[in-house]
Design a protein around this ligand. Structure first.
Ligand code: HEM
Length: 413
């Protein structure tokens, strides 16, 4: 395999570091869609490189495609810099062993076993508890009449819920939140290649913590998801310790920042389009559809990647074997070929088939939980904070452009 050479990818000019673009990437997406829908990123070395897809039909077809791998490390660009990756990233419990990075039968097997524990019933049973947590969080700031919606509501809620679901003590949720945020921020600002000490420390801390919980649950199971995953069996097959660790880690991290950003982006979108907030207030039965529209309008996950395992024709183009194909979900969701007036927020829009939870084999396992949490939070805000308003017009976004959401959101109510 090619030895590491040239500059680290993190030191390539990255347009998303521009705060103006982070605040509103949609004009750039529109330009890509119309003038360069299969965009080959210029790189200072030969090879299949990085290709960015921005049209809805192209993104969907690649996510449906069987001739691609989700294992990013198979991409030529990843192989070139493999030696720079932190060993924890590649080792036991690291994200490379989770279902998100497995293909074919390996993926089906692990996803099936996790699914046995992560049932819709287990999720639905959480509704009352989620209402309780949201009520407590709102009560905590009610008398002030102002809050940072991210810090006071959107961040703690999913952290508490996933911690409780997995069976890790809820008191630890702030620590989890910090570890998850450190990991996610490192991944967004150049990836694990440009990791700093926070990345390594967060990784080790989170893995060490989960190892302890798994050991405890093996010895004395409880009514939680980690115990459920330990017990899950299919034809006498079960998850190994490494798989348990990697997938607990995935659930903990995947369920945090994404749901936080759905709430944050959703509130920003509704308050900037006040008539849509009022529509939901007037008829809360529109909420489930409204949440799908909010997911489409400003997706918490802006992109995912695939690696072709052979040359794949796409229209007049070819996605080369070994390329890192970036599927721009955020751009696909605003494609005028798929939606009338895609830049308009409309909570009554019909047939909102966004790609914000992905598509195909790897469709988000936590979609039901994320939808439930978003519904409970927005319902509570519409009920208890009808005059909710942004205190500042500008919103500062988090550093990771792939996981899009406000850094802070001061609001009055
Ligand atoms: C609004 C919130 C969320 C969004 C936008 C979101 C988005 C996504 C997307 C786009 C994928 C597919 C990635 C790909 O195909 O490469 C995915 C997969 C996944 N998500 Fe979510 N997610 C959210 C919440 C959650 C929650 C709450 C959990 C769990 C507690 C979760 C667990 C997972 C898992 C385990 C996978 C991997 C599925 C597989 O590989 O088969 N997600 N999510």
């Amino acid at each position: 395999m090619a030895a590491p050479s040239g500059p680290l990818p993190g030191s390539f000019p990255n347009p998303f570091q521009d705060p103006a673009l982070r605040a509103n990437p949609y004009p750039l997406y529109a330009m890509l869609r119309s003038s360069n829908p299969v965009f080959r990123v210029p790189l200072p070395f030969e090879g299949p490189g990085v290709v960015i897809l921005s049209r809805q039909a192209d993104v969907e077809s690649v996510l449906r495609e069987g001739r691609v791998s989700v294992d990013r490390l198979r991409a030529d660009v990843a192989q070139r810099f493999r030696a720079f990756l932190p060993p924890q990233f590649l080792g036991e419990g690291g994200p490379t062993r989770s279902m998100l990075m497995l293909d074919g039968v390996d993926h089906t097997r692990v996803r099936g076993l996790v699914n046995k524990a992560f049932t819709p019933r287990r999720v639905a049973a959480l509704e009352g508890r989620i209402r309780g947590i949201v009520g407590d969080l709102i009560d905590g700031v009610r008398s002030a009449g102002v809050m940072d919606l991210m810090h006071d509501l959107a961040e703690p809620l999913p952290a508490i819920v996933i911690a409780e679901l997995l069976g890790v003590p809820a008191e630890d949720h702030r620590r989890f939140k910090q570890w998850a945020a450190d990991l996610v921020n490192a991944l967004g600002t150049g990836g694990p290649l440009t990791r700093g000490p926070e990345f390594e420390a967060a990784f080790e801390a989170l893995l060490g913590y989960l190892r302890g919980v798994i050991e405890e649950r093996r010895a004395s199971p409880r009514e939680d998801l980690i115990s459920g995953m330990i017990a899950a069996q299919e034809d006498r097959d079960a998850l190994s310790d490494a798989e348990l660790l990697a997938n607990s880690f995935l659930l903990l991290v995947a369920g945090h920042e994404t749901t936080t950003n759905l709430v944050g982006n959703g509130v920003v979108a509704l308050l900037r389009n006040r008539e849509q907030w009022e529509r939901l207030r007037a008829d809360r039965s529109l909420l489930p559809n409204g949440i799908e529209e909010l997911l489409r309008y400003d997706s918490p996950v802006q992109a995912t990647v695939r690696v072709p395992t052979e040359d794949i024709p796409l229209g007049d183009e070819v996605l080369p074997l070994g390329a890192l194909v970036v599927c721009l979900i955020g751009a696909a969701n605003r494609d005028p070929a798929a939606y009338d007036e895609p830049d308009r927020l409309d909570v009554t829009r019909e047939r909102v088939q966004h790609l914000s939870f992905g598509f195909g084999q790897h469709f988000c396992l936590g979609a039901g939980l994320a939808r439930l949490e978003a519904r409970v939070v927005l319902d509570a805000l519409l009920e208890h904070a009808p005059d909710l308003a942004l205190i500042r017009d500008e919103v500062e976004y988090r550093p990771n452009p792939l996981l899009r959401g406000p850094q802070a959101l001061p609001v009055s109510f």
